[in-house]
Design a protein around this ligand. Structure first.
Ligand SMILES: [Zn+2]
Length: 168
């Protein structure tokens, strides 16, 4: 009987490390941070296509817009930071988020003026101000002058362009 116990104990010991690592809980933000591009400006459209989902590519790289009320952040109220889904740059804070009723996540201001760039967008017969990530140039949305205090600005952003990272 003793002979059979030895291999059993050995198996249990060998199996222990595997069991210990198996139920690891994914840390929000951490796995993503490792995959952010080091030099996003140098990525070709093909490389972006490999990195992004089809929806992310259509909005971030092709200046598309997600359907209102379909994104995951328009009705999202957790505390934390919204990063660019293309490159990980922090772009908006939950403190600056407000319920605009538009169906897109809306902010009164970006996390800093340097985090984003803006440019005039004259597509679809309208003159709007396009919002782009200041690091990778990914399309985020548009900014309008009809927002609430304190800035009077409404930064209307696509959920699919953002990745939320909650406070610890
Ligand atoms: Zn970016």
């Amino acid at each position: 009987m003793k002979r059979f116990l030895v291999p059993l104990v050995a198996m249990a010991l060998l199996a222990a490390p595997a069991c210990a690592t198996a139920p690891s809980t994914p840390m929000q933000g951490a796995p993503l941070a490792e995959s952010w591009p080091e030099d996003p400006q140098s990525l070709t459209p093909e490389q972006w296509k490999e990195r992004l989902s089809a929806d992310q590519y259509r909005v971030l790289r092709d200046h598309g817009t997600e359907m209102a009320f379909t994104g995951k952040y328009w009705n999202h109220h957790d505390h934390g930071v919204y990063r660019c889904a293309g490159c990980g740059q922090p772009l908006f804070k939950s403190e600056d988020k407000f319920d605009s009723g538009t169906g897109w996540p809306s902010f009164t201001q970006p996390i800093s003026k340097e985090a984003v760039t803006t440019k005039t967008d004259r597509t679809y017969g309208m003159t709007r101000t396009e919002v782009l990530c200041g690091r990778c140039g990914g399309h985020q949305g548009h900014v309008f002058e009809d927002g609430p205090a304190p800035t009077g600005e409404r930064w209307c952003i696509n959920s699919v362009s953002l990745v939320f990272e909650g406070d610890e």
